[in-house]
Design a protein around this ligand. Structure first.
Ligand code: COA
Length: 149
């Protein structure tokens, strides 16, 4: 059976579900107001959702600031992790970054988050620096990873 999921732009009406996924996935989740700002006001922000049979199972966000594309968030519903939706979003994201004429894609990731780092390395991201104590909740370090395109 083929992949029935599709990727589309996030909308305000998705936020109830997105906030659920956000809380499941992140120690310091974004609030509703933050998503509203990203969707309605931040001209650099793009957010997408993966929908499977009308259910949102994953989402990601980027900021496109001229030559740079920054990944702001990416998460998959617990039940659907490890099934290729991270790959699907990364391929979509790289395509969008190319369409926007970005020269590179960057992100921050917890040093303990090997699963996400594996995903990023698979698509050619390399660690370029470490931000000491970057995360507010436990003062964990972040790796800054980057990929040229
Ligand atoms: C990181 C995340 C987005 C990956 O999504 P996913 O749908 O589970 O990933 P996929 O099934 O598409 O796998 C993609 C790659 O990720 C890596 N990966 C996935 N699951 C993994 C695991 N359990 N252990 C190690 N690496 C793993 C592999 O490199 C994999 O490549 P493969 O398909 O060739 O095996 C997802 O696990 C998630 O939502 N994590 C919580 C939120 C988070 O940490 N976001 C990143 C913040 S920087």
């Amino acid at each position: 059976m083929g992949d029935r999921s599709k990727i589309r732009a996030m909308e305000l009406t998705d936020l109830e579900r997105i906030l659920e996924l956000e809380k499941e996935n992140f120690a310091t989740p974004w609030h509703k107001e933050h998503f509203e700002y990203e969707l309605e006001e931040n001209p650099f922000s793009k957010l997408f959702v993966v929908e499977l049979d009308k259910k949102i199972i994953a989402y990601y966000g980027i900021w496109v600031t001229f030559e740079e594309c920054q990944i702001t968030t990416i998460a998959v519903d617990e039940e659907y992790k490890g099934k290729g939706y991270g790959n699907k979003m990364m391929e979509h994201l790289i395509h969008v970054a190319k369409e926007e004429f970005c020269e590179r894609i960057s992100l921050e990731v917890r040093v303990s988050n090997e699963r996400a780092q594996n995903l990023y390395r698979k698509y050619g991201f390399e660690t370029i620096s470490t931000r000491r104590g970057y995360y507010e909740d436990n003062h964990e370090d972040a790796y800054v990873m980057m990929k040229g395109i």
